[in-house]
Write a protein that binds this ligand. Structure first.
Ligand code: HEC
Ligand code: HEC
Length: 466
């Protein structure tokens, strides 16, 4: 990969600028007509069978969009706009070519080769992707939906209701409960005895029963803060993080393999699991916890341990179902982007935002444009340099951007992308990579670091057996 890597904010600006230019400065009509009449049919008729998104592109080359031609296949750019002599495509269709394209079917006529040459000389124009007129516009009913849907309501601090039996309620939670009971003319049951109480709270906080010694100590403890002491002990125990971390691991679709078809293991997934448990035990604030998982590799850090911990956190993005049998590169990449957006939005927004991957959300006020914005914001996005302004994304209207994701952990490598499939298990699980499984982004800074610091506390811990 020789293309430069912009910083994301800058690249977003660049992309928007390209988008704007792309829309206003459509290539001239005559050239477009030439493309549609002569070039597109030629490519579709003679080349697409082996070089398109719907095939496993031969030689890594796609000819069904401009970016595919400019990026080229294994041998590099196939078309250099304005420079027929430098364009590999012309060399490969020429009579004297060693393995003349197409390898099957009729070869191109002199006239067709001349047309290709003219087209490249004239800048290899290709029509911009058309967005529907409704794209990006707010739907009217969305305003109504926003008023109804709980997820859009601002936070409120409700006042505790007044209750008749004021002496029974010890705090506001009690007052809410009691108010409902009183409304139904029900009286609260008696308080639990101490044995029942410690059993309940121990299960609640650790998922385990109390030991007989714990029960004895509590029953015998007549001090006023006896219960608070039990709760503090349980909160401080490692089992607290294991018990409550599990809930987050469910939300985070934690699993130790790719599923669903060919099931390649993520043998380092436990590092992310331990990150979650450790974070609960360390009482990491929720906003920080989420930020680390969504963007840990981009957060500043003061030492390698912190940097690694934050990288491991992005295992949240890297986990998840990956269809490693998917042969089509673009589909594979975009399905993974979609899966990540789905995981992030479901878990923290309580919304199935990814329904709007293909159309404005039918029930929730989520326009398709927002999903595309999120695709960009995942920062898995790599905006190509300005001259490559045509789309690679078949998903919705992902105009003007070429999206690439590196799955699992190979900073600096594009294995998943170039091959259109996940790397073999051995590759994504190199033991010398401390973080093991994390999201890596095509950013110079991240690449340079490449995950070579010493392992964090969580990473040093050996994987549990069984
Ligand atoms: C029947 C399948 C088939 C068809 C049709 C076909 N190709 Fe290819 N093409 C291949 C294969 C296989 C390779 C990879 C091996 C090679 O480079 O010879 C390839 C490689 C190429 C490469 C080199 C890519 C690189 O970076 O290594 C170019 C350029 C190319 N084809 C252009 C074309 C063009 C233009 C057409 C249509 C006029 C076309 N091909 C039609 C099978 C095909
Ligand atoms: C992979 C693309 C894709 C995804 C993802 C998708 N849909 Fe659709 N959906 C379509 C297409 C295509 C249509 C038919 C055209 C249209 O109505 O826009 C459609 C139609 C619908 C319709 C019926 C049309 C109407 O206007 O009543 C509903 C309802 C719907 N989708 C809901 C959903 C929900 C809910 C989700 C998320 C769980 C979802 N869709 C995710 C592609 C998709």
């Amino acid at each position: 990969m020789s293309s430069s890597h912009f910083r994301p904010v800058f690249s977003l600006v660049v992309a928007l600028a390209i988008a704007a230019v792309g829309r206003s400065a459509e290539p001239d009509a005559g050239k477009l007509e030439f493309f549609e009449k002569k070039i597109r049919p030629l490519l579709v008729g003679h080349c697409n069978a082996c070089h398109s998104a719907d095939t496993k592109p031969a030689g890594g080359l796609r000819v069904d969009d401009r970016n595919g031609l400019l990026t080229g296949g294994n041998a590099g750019a196939a078309v250099v706009p304005g420079k027929p002599a430098d364009s590999l495509l012309l060399k490969r269709v020429a009579k004297e070519a060693k393995r003349r394209m197409p390898t099957e079917g009729e070869h191109l006529s002199d006239e067709q080769i001349a047309d290709l040459t003219t087209w490249i000389k004239d800048g290899a124009v290709w029509p911009a992707v058309k967005l529907p007129a409704s794209f990006g516009k707010q739907k009217e009913k969305y305003e109504e939906l926003r008023k109804d849907h709980w997820a859009w309501q601002p936070l409120q601090e409700p006042k505790a209701p007044a209750v008749k039996d004021a002496a029974w309620a010890k705090d506001d939670v009690d007052r809410f409960l009691l108010a409902k009971l009183e409304a139904q003319k029900l009286a609260p049951v008696a308080d639990a005895d101490k044995v029942t109480l410690i059993r309940r709270v121990t299960f609640d906080l650790t998922g385990l029963p109390p030991t007989p010694a714990d029960v004895d100590a509590f029953v015998k403890d007549d001090s006023k803060d006896a219960f608070a002491k039990v709760v503090d002990r349980l909160l401080a125990s490692p089992q607290f993080g294991e018990r409550w971390g599990r809930h987050w691991l469910d939300v985070a679709r934690y699993g130790e393999s790719t599923g669903p078809s060919r099931n390649i293991p993520y043998p380092h997934a436990w590092k992310y699991r331990d990150y979650v448990i450790d974070s609960v035990n360390a009482d990491v604030p929720y906003d920080r916890f989420i930020r680390e998982q969504v963007a840990g590799d981009l957060l500043p850090s003061t030492n390698d341990e912190e940097a690694n911990r934050q990288k491991i956190a992005t295992g949240f993005l890297a986990l998840g179902v990956k269809d490693v049998n998917q042969r089509f590169k673009v589909r594979f990449v975009m399905d993974n982007v979609d899966e990540q957006i789905d995981a992030v939005t479901r878990s923290v927004l309580g919304l199935t935002v990814s329904c709007a991957r293909c159309h404005d959300h039918k029930f929730d006020p989520v326009p398709q444009a927002d999903v595309n914005g999120l695709v960009a914001a995942t920062d898995k996005v790599h905006f190509d340099p300005p001259e490559r302004d045509v789309v690679h994304g078949p998903v919705g209207e992902l105009a003007e951007v070429e999206v690439r994701v590196e799955v699992a952990n190979h900073p600096g490598q594009d294995v998943a992308v170039e091959r259109g499939r996940a790397p073999p298990a051995g590759r994504c699980t190199r033991p010398q990579r401390p973080a093991g499984l994390f999201a890596s982004r095509r950013r110079a800074g991240v690449r340079r670091r490449g995950g070579t610091g010493p392992p964090s506390a969580a990473a040093r811990r050996s994987p549990p057996s069984g």
